[in-house]
Ligand binder design. Structure first.
Ligand code: SF4
Length: 404
């Protein structure tokens, strides 16, 4: 690789690290360190999941970090004093193919600042995907950022070649957008998401190709005083209205020469983790936003304990639950029991009355679930009598992401 291309790669892989909408988010903090290429995992690589559940490594870059817009939280904003670079369409294609052939990556995650116009930028990104597919027979995974202000026709074209499209919501309310990203408009963003959703559904029905891995989005948290409850309510709407595959949460990361409207410090990384856990409760555990929010205080999630445990501790009178007779919905609310374990319990109890040793074979989370469960040979004290539970069950930091 020649020096000019390598220099561009350094700048444009580094500039892409703030976009969390691939599965590397939720990992280590994405620092604004100079020189390093890359995102959470370094070297410009992020991870994503294909429709068949495979985890793939993607080259994660921007087409350019020049931008006409001036979003306060973004290192690439118009007024930011950072080194700028721009790839040509052919350069992105060459880089992708080069890394792909060496087995460094299995696909491309391409985003961009907005240059000349939203249409021009969207067209350039679409051309990258089209050239990879048409001229080079590229069969790897392609995730393209869609620019909401671009013409629907261009987004339609991009969806023909990309596996996944995503429009970033960025901030969960019109007020926040107005304050921090005044050139963006919530209605335009949601219209673009709505159109993409319609096309994805139509294409599936008509068995033609349009963004077959669906759409995802990113929400930045901690750039203003929006509460976790408001963030989760926005996510809930996105999942329901547009069948979003994922909402990614990106803890605001202070950027060089940040706008004075932004906080000086980032939010605790634990806040991002708690939002991901709450997001799972919304999608797979039957919790409503209000229920999750009431586990914390003033609309913020409890940082010390995960949201499922926080809810259980607030509703002690509903525990312990009997694994041999409780409804699926209530078993899903038991801290320590994940969706798969609950299915195993439901299946196993058709044949026998479950004892603790049976449960120990079905789950590795029994220690955590124990105070909340009744089994044939286990009748714990009422939770209302166990004031020490919160302290005992607050997990050490390292384990806090895998609690359900
Ligand atoms: S439009 Fe995107 S790249 Fe441009 S300043 Fe806003 S967030 Fe950054």
């Amino acid at each position: 690789m020649d020096d000019t291309l390598l220099k561009k790669l350094r700048i444009l892989a580094d500039a892409a690290k703030y976009d969390a909408s691939c599965a590397s988010s939720g990992g280590t903090r994405r620092e604004a360190a100079e020189g390093a290429i890359g995102s959470a995992t370094g070297a410009g690589i992020c991870h994503s999941y294909t429709p068949d559940g495979r985890c793939v490594s993607l080259l994660k870059i921007l087409l350019t970090n020049y931008c006409l817009f001036d979003c306060a939280y973004c290192v690439n904003r118009r007024s930011s004093n950072v080194a700028r670079a721009r790839f040509s369409v052919e350069e992105v294609v060459r880089l992708t193919l080069g890394f792909y052939k060496r087995n460094y990556i299995e696909g491309l995650f391409l985003s961009s600042g907005i240059i000349r116009s939203p249409d021009y930028t969207m067209e350039q990104m679409m051309l990258v995907a089209r050239m990879l597919r048409q001229q080079h027979g590229f069969t790897g995974y392609i995730h393209l950022k869609a620019i909401p202000e671009a013409s629907p026709w261009l987004i339609e074209q991009a969806g023909l070649w990309a596996d996944r499209l995503s429009v970033n919501l960025e901030l969960p309310s019109a007020e926040s957008l107005g304050r921090l990203a005044p050139e963006k408009d919530e209605t335009t963003i949601q219209t673009a998401m709505g159109q993409m959703h319609e096309r994805i559904v139509e294409a599936k029905e008509e068995r033609r190709r349009f963004s077959p891995a669906g759409q995802s989005t990113q929400v930045i948290v901690g750039a203003d005083d929006t509460t976790d409850a408001a963030v989760l309510a926005a996510s809930d709407r996105l999942y329901r209205r547009y069948a979003m595959k994922r909402v990614y949460y990106s803890a605001f990361s202070p950027i060089p020469e940040a706008s004075t409207t932004l906080p000086v410090r980032p939010p605790p990384l634990q806040r991002e983790n708690r939002l991901y856990q709450a997001d799972w409760l919304l999608r797979y555990y039957g919790f409503a936003v209000e229920e999750i929010a009431e586990g914390g205080q003033d609309g913020m999630l409890d940082l010390e304990v995960d949201p499922k445990l926080a809810w259980a501790l607030k509703h002690r009178h509903r525990f312990p639950v009997d694994v041999n007779s409780a409804e699926r919905e209530m078993l899903l609310r038991v801290p320590g029991l994940g969706t798969r374990v609950v299915e195993r319990i439901l299946s196993a109890r058709r044949h026998t009355r479950l004892r603790m040793e049976d449960l120990a074979r079905l789950t590795s989370g029994l220690k955590r679930a124990r105070p909340f469960l009744i089994a044939a040979d286990h009748h714990p004290a009422r939770l209302t009598d166990r004031q020490d539970l919160r302290q005992r069950l607050a997990a050490p930091r390292a384990k806090q992401m895998q609690l359900f």
